[in-house]
Design a binder for this molecule. Structure first.
Ligand code: TIU
Length: 220
């Protein structure tokens, strides 16, 4: 069995059962005028990881392994947006409001799109999700089952919100989860560090973490 050098111990790789899940690399989280910025965040941190996310995606494509993309978004009629999510806090733009990149976090709007450098290619699954976790109210579980996937490598944003929520959902469903440290980011560096530490604590209680070169080296 091949192994990927990882923390807290090496990750036992089963390439035929592995997919990459790229979480929410959308303009709304990475560009001025989007949802992330409306919450008061410095979005420039997110754009810095784009080259590494791209490298990871290309590595999986070259190895012939599935790449699955997620997008946090809602239906235009807001029927899948709980009032508790829309009304939270005091953002400059709420989900569904008209902003400089179209309606914030609404499916099909320009700002909701995945960053062009990381755009899905033909044949790759794109999961539109109304929650932070990618399993909630989506077909992700069925899609993975159909493909025979049991191991998930994670990239995307933000580390402690949608990435960690999805990893926890996946871990509870029996998937072995590995987070790529260079291909994930938070608006808060201390939260990224804490999320990475808590994921791999207690003997990989949620999953493993690894560096991008070690993951790419381990792919078939
Ligand atoms: N994709 C994702 O993480 N959604 C968020 O709202 N993240 C924040 O950190 N706000």
């Amino acid at each position: 069995m091949s192994m990927i050098k990882a923390e807290p111990f090496d990750f036992p790789l089963r390439p035929a059962e592995m997919a990459l899940v790229v979480i929410d690399m959308q303009r709304d989280f990475a560009e001025a005028g989007g949802f992330g910025a409306s919450l008061g965040n410095d979005v420039s941190r997110i754009t810095r990881i784009v080259p590494d996310v791209k490298r990871l995606i290309e590595g999986f494509r070259a190895a012939g392994l599935p790449v699955i993309h997620t997008m946090e978004c809602h239906r235009p009629d807001l029927s899948d947006l709980p009032p508790a999510k829309r009304d939270r806090g005091n953002p400059s733009l709420r989900i569904g409001d008209e902003g400089p990149m179209g309606r914030v976090l609404i499916a099909g709007e320009p700002g909701t799109a995945i960053l062009p450098e990381l755009a899905p290619i033909a044949g790759e699954e794109v999961i539109e999700k109304p929650g932070k976790g990618a399993f909630y109210a989506t077909a992700l579980g069925e899609i993975l089952k159909e493909k025979g996937i049991t191991q998930l490598v994670f990239a995307g944003v933000t580390t402690e919100v949608c990435v960690q929520t999805t990893m926890r959902e996946a871990n509870d469903r029996g998937y072995e989860c590995l987070l790529c440290e260079e291909a994930t980011e938070s608006y808060f560096p201390e939260f990224k560090a804490a999320a990475i530490a808590m994921i791999r604590a207690q003997g990989a209680i949620v999953g493993w973490t690894a560096h991008i070169d070690d993951i790419l080296k381990g792919l078939p």
